[in-house]
Ligand binder design. Structure first.
Ligand code: FE2
Length: 604
């Protein structure tokens, strides 16, 4: 594990933690805040207090201090600046049983941003928040975000918290609650979907279902929620990316301020002008567990709750598909002059496959190997945006890159469950191990092509699956975005389900219209023998997972999975052509159970 210093430095290389000049028209800088970089707001605290216990490199950590009068003596420096917290959300720290990070944004620079934390086990404490900013590379707006890392918490305990600043203009500061994870083997619930967008239909791919989706998370009261990439589609609204993120953050707040929402980056987090992988907005807004890899903080990570290790991955690093930000033309995308960025010409896409140079896959193997040596880990759940097993015909489909680079590791280390987004539908695979070789065909010529088709270890769909025998893949891209993709492939020659597979990069190519470019769909096809269940009735839903750790060492443990869907929510039903509308009522589509032996055999 690298030091926090590595993580801190790596945050800088996205520009996320570095000071950005504020637009003169948008805010007057503070004389009292003094927090122009990733250091906590120091007013009322000595630098020694802030650094105590974290090591000199631990600048991302805020250290609890007992509230003092000075911490409350407001010194408003600019009545015009608005430091009111918004877009408030929680993420787990390195140990979900003892740490939580509260993050938020404000319209202008906050003056002495801070959290007040209280529980039933001690006095209220006040923590300064770290400021991180970025300036959008297209429209030049500076985004102010704040992060307070709460450590030393008690497991399985509820806390209350307040976020505020000296220039918080709310009548009452925002207050929320959260619970830490239990320690050791314990039952818990989590939920998941991806592809959420915002309820503001002014934005491309936003749709009203995204508000109901957030309410659905709250209705199941999970310990935490996994958000499987394509958060808000800022890249598809390139001149207003920060505004789209703002609507996303404020929509999520009604759940994410009360329980951790753990995201992964998807292809629509890749934004022109925003860092080497386009992730500056994502990385600035989220504080995520470290991965110890210099230069790559926040892009992938792992955390353990109970007997489950969650491995959250950045699949754009390994896929063939080119699906990031793209200028189709005929006009270039021209950033505002203040950014200093040149026009982005038609036919340009932001393709980041291979961006970690193998570092992520090496980290993944180390992480999985360590987990399988650890008797406290029964289950490994991988979370990523793009998909190894999808048979959506209107969507993206499957990607050979994941099959080549990660599925062999999932086989070797017996990953139990893979959760995806990307295609806006629901699909469940049978447990799979290994692959069927050379069973794909090129889409245009029918020539044989290698797709490394995942091999199902059973095709009996009896509702109970032993994942020690094979990995189950779930497509959960039905968060709320405005394009249902619940139309699935069928091989008309044999009546079998059929999947599209990317086996090559679909880089932009000229179209018949002068100056206009397009990216092709997947280039290969295969019979999807791994596909067990597809929801043809709606593209929208949420998965609910209940982990039963079992009762004795070496005994059986299980995860019950229920998928709930929002019938009628498809903007256009692919089967009937009928228009639909957002639906708040999520009803059960299917339930199944994953089982396996615990890993603490002989240790009880
Ligand atoms: Fe996607």
């Amino acid at each position: 594990m690298a030091s926090n210093n590595d993580d801190y430095i790596s945050a800088l290389d996205e520009g996320a933690a570095s000071p950005a000049p504020a637009p003169a028209t948008r805010h007057a800088d503070s004389a009292s805040g003094g927090d122009e970089s990733a250091t906590p707001a120091l007013s009322g605290l000595s630098r020694r207090q802030v650094l105590a216990g974290t090591g000199s490199a631990g600048l991302l950590a805020a250290v609890p201090v007992i509230r003092t009068r000075s911490a409350h003596s407001a010194s408003r420096s600019s009545a015009a600046s608005d430091g009111t917290p918004e877009q408030i959300h929680l993420t787990f720290g390195a140990d979900p049983a003892t740490s939580m990070t509260a993050s938020w944004a404000s319209p202008d620079k906050s003056v002495r941003p801070r959290v007040r934390l209280s529980g039933s086990h001690g006095p209220e404490v006040e923590l300064p928040a770290v400021q991180r900013v970025y300036t959008d590379g297209i429209n030049g707006e500076t985004v102010w975000t704040y992060h307070a890392e709460l450590r030393g918490l008690r497991p399985d305990t509820q806390y209350s918290y307040v976020v505020t600043a000296d220039n918080d203009n709310a009548a009452e500061p925002f207050s929320g609650t959260f619970s830490t994870a239990p320690a050791g083997r314990a039952p818990f619930r989590f939920t998941s979907f991806g592809d959420l967008a915002t309820p503001n239909t002014q934005w491309v791919l936003s749709y009203g279902q995204s508000a109901y989706a957030v309410a659905a998370v709250e209705s199941f009261t999970p310990l935490f929620h996994l958000l499987n990439g394509d958060l808000c589609y800022g890249d598809l609204n390139p001149t207003v990316q920060p505004e789209v993120w703002r609507d996303f953050g404020n929509n999520n707040q009604s759940s994410a301020a009360y329980r951790a929402w753990m995201p992964v980056p998807g292809n629509h987090e890749i934004e022109f002008g925003n860092g080497p992988q386009g992730f500056s907005s994502y990385l600035t807004r989220y504080t995520l567990p470290g991965n110890g890899i210099p230069g790559f903080r926040g892009r992938w990570y792992s955390f353990q709750v109970g007997s489950v290790l969650f491995v959250s991955l950045s699949a754009d690093d390994v896929i063939y598909q080119d699906a990031g930000a793209f200028v189709a033309g005929p006009s270039p995308l021209t950033p505002v002059a203040s950014t200093g960025n040149p026009p982005i010409q038609p036919g340009t896409s932001f393709y980041i496959s291979g961006y970690s140079g193998g570092a992520q896959t090496a980290w993944l193997e180390r992480t999985l190997a360590a987990a399988r040596r650890d008797p406290s880990v029964d289950w490994i759940v991988a979370q990523m945006h793009e998909i190894a097993c999808s048979s959506s015909v209107t969507g993206n489909g499957s990607d050979l890159g994941i099959r080549e680079q990660w599925l062999p590791l999932f086989d070797r280390y017996q990953v139990d469950l893979v959760l995806n987004g990307h295609d806006h539908d629901y699909e469940r695979s049978f447990p799979c191990r290994g692959f069927d070789s050379m069973v794909g065909t090129e889409a245009t010529t029918g020539a044989p092509v290698q797709t490394l088709r995942p091999h199902p270890v059973t095709t009996t769909d009896n509702g109970v699956f032993d994942t020690s025998q094979g990995t189950v893949h779930l497509v959960l891209g039905g968060g709320g975005t405005d394009a249902n993709l619940d139309d699935y492939g069928l091989d008309k020659s044999d009546g079998l389900t059929q999947a599209k597979v990317f086996t090559h990069a679909n880089r932009p190519a000229p179209t018949s219209t002068a100056g206009v470019y397009a990216r092709a769909g997947a280039d290969a096809l295969e019979d999807a023998t791994w596909s067990a269940r597809r929801d043809t009735s709606t593209g929208y839903g949420i998965a609910v997972f209940d982990v039963d750790p079992g009762t004795r060492a070496g005994g059986q443990t299980s995860i019950t999975v229920r998928y709930f869907h929002a019938l009628g929510a498809d903007p256009v039903n692919p089967a009937t052509g009928e228009p639909g509308a957002p639906n708040h009522n999520y009803t059960e589509f299917e339930t199944f159970t994953l089982v396996k032996p615990r890993s603490d055999r002989g240790r009880g």
